[in-house]
Design a protein around this ligand. Structure first.
Ligand SMILES: [Zn+2]
Ligand SMILES: [Zn+2]
Length: 143
């Protein structure tokens, strides 16, 4: 769904008023695999809609989270990342140099905690983070 009218349709179906701000933020996130920070989204949104504020982008992202359309991730890169891939359970590759985040659809097996290890917690989600350097940041061999 990249088409503006389809985005408007989805907003209406969720009972949300169709505003240019929401259309822009929805459009930027649709199919986005970059896991942008809210600030990065704001930068991109401002190109399409110069009057949009950072506050509006934050509000829109939180609305989307409430609707279950995105997930907000804290993967230790210093800022919350917006992940629109909520359909497919997945884990993440994190570049410790540039902070890029990518989805990994890998089966890590049945990770579960025995009752004594849960320390009274009710576990609802498991996230595996693979940290290292991305292809752009890994030192070239021989250097
Ligand atoms: Zn990197
Ligand atoms: Zn993801």
């Amino acid at each position: 769904m990249t088409d503006v009218e389809a985005i408007a349709e989805r907003l209406r179906a969720r009972g949300l008023r169709v505003t240019p701000q929401r259309q822009v933020v929805f459009g930027l996130l649709d199919g986005n695999q970059e896991h942008p920070t809210v600030e990065a989204l704001f930068g991109a949104a401002r190109e399409a809609l110069p009057t949009i504020s950072l506050k509006t982008v934050y509000q829109t992202v939180h609305e989307l989270e409430d609707l279950g359309e995105v997930r907000l991730l804290d993967v230790g890169t210093g800022a919350v990342r917006v992940d629109p891939n909520v359909e497919h359970p997945h884990h993440h590759l994190i570049c410790t140099e540039c902070g890029s985040v990518r989805d990994v659809l890998v089966d890590v097996g049945d990770l579960h905690l025995a009752e004594r290890d849960r320390q009274g917690f009710v576990v609802r989600d498991v996230q595996v983070l693979f940290r290292g350097e991305c292809a752009m940041c890994v030192p070239a061999p021989g250097h």
